[in-house]
Write a new protein. Structure first.
Length: 164
């Protein structure tokens, strides 16, 4: 696992850690470098599946804007959260992501920690979570990253459409 000294920035290579996806055979472990390290990738992270901002604004924006991102040359759209693969799968199904968005479970926060974007939500009963962010990656290298410290503004699909 690659640990960054601080939050990942433009020019950095994404960390290589285990993530999980749901397949027809159940949860499957994948390497972040393999699924996010090829081509142009839009990666967005949310504090938690089924939470109000994430379910009402963040994920739906990427579901609606996915075709526009792909028309601009994006090969993969991926969502990551510090949730288990069962929750990520159910959340994706609830929002009709289909094959349009890769739903990545970072249940142990390994990827999030290595990205330097861990959020301590324990004051709200949420434990360790990911900060809300959106990044554009080219062959695993960050070309753009926006982290929302409050609200959902910088990491929206509409903002990312200006950057790809």
């Amino acid at each position: 696992m690659t640990i960054t000294a601080g939050p990942i920035t433009v020019g950095d290579t994404i960390p290589d850690t285990d993530l999980r996806v749901m397949t027809a055979d159940g949860p499957t472990t994948v390497r972040s470098s393999e699924i996010l390290g090829k081509g142009k990738v839009v990666l967005f992270a949310v504090p938690g599946a089924f939470t109000p901002g994430c379910s009402n604004v963040h994920l739906p924006g990427f579901v609606e804007g996915g075709d526009e991102l792909r028309a601009k040359g994006v090969d993969t759209i991926a969502c990551v959260a510090v949730n288990d693969p069962f929750v990520m799968d159910a959340w994706g199904k609830a929002h009709g992501v289909g094959d349009g968005i890769l739903m990545l479970a970072d249940g142990n926060a390994e990827f999030t920690t290595a990205m330097g974007l861990l959020l301590d939500g324990s004051g709200f009963g949420l434990g360790q979570r990911s900060k809300r962010y959106a990044a554009v990656l080219q062959d695993g290298v960050v070309t753009s990253i926006d982290v929302d410290e409050t609200g959902i503004d910088l990491s929206t699909c509409s903002n990312l459409l200006l950057k790809v």
